[in-house]
Design a protein around this ligand. Structure first.
Ligand code: FES
Length: 164
């Protein structure tokens, strides 16, 4: 092998290393971009959803009142979801027979809440937020404020829920 051959081999090896470095660099840049995009999407989507839904707690509905049904449809110690126009509502009946109704949109990130018979609370399955079933007050978990209240009347044995 001559010196010229050695020089040519070293040069080839150097080019290969440079190509490897460039492709490694491209891969890392792509991975960082992909990670940043995924992180941004996971972070910004819930914030966007929260901002979008925060004004919809009841204002998103043009409906001003709905009839839920007979008193027997919500017996004492239970709760029930219903549609208040385009938004979900929740009505609860305490063990004493008092009715309370709220927007069923969680004040954390907008999931639909539900009534938990075992705890006699309103609960959000998304992140474990809890609300008092009589006042709608946020009592545990991440929700930052109470559920938006609705008004309940019983007219001729029928439950009617209206905007406050
Ligand atoms: S959306 Fe209800 S606790 Fe997070």
């Amino acid at each position: 092998m001559t010196m010229a051959d050695n020089s040519a081999q070293t040069s080839d090896s150097g080019e290969n290393n440079e190509e490897e470095n460039i492709s490694r660099s491209k891969f890392l840049k792509g991975a960082v971009c992909l990670f940043a995009t995924a992180w941004g999407t996971m972070t910004l989507c819930p914030i966007y959803q929260y901002l979008k839904d925060s004004g919809q707690e009841t204002e998103g509905s043009h409906v001003t009142s709905v009839e839920i049904g007979d008193k027997s449809t919500v017996p004492p110690g239970t709760g029930k979801l219903f549609k208040f126009g385009s938004i979900p509502g929740i009505i609860t009946c305490t063990k004493d027979g008092e009715y309370h109704a709220f927007s069923a949109i969680c004040t954390h990130l907008g999931c639909t809440v539900q009534f938990r018979d075992d705890k006699q609370e309103i609960w959000c399955a998304c992140h474990g937020g809890c609300y008092d079933a009589a006042s709608g007050k946020n009592i545990a978990g991440p929700p930052p404020k109470p559920l938006k209240p609705l008004k309940v009347d019983v007219l001729d044995g029928k439950i009617v829920v209206s905007k406050v």
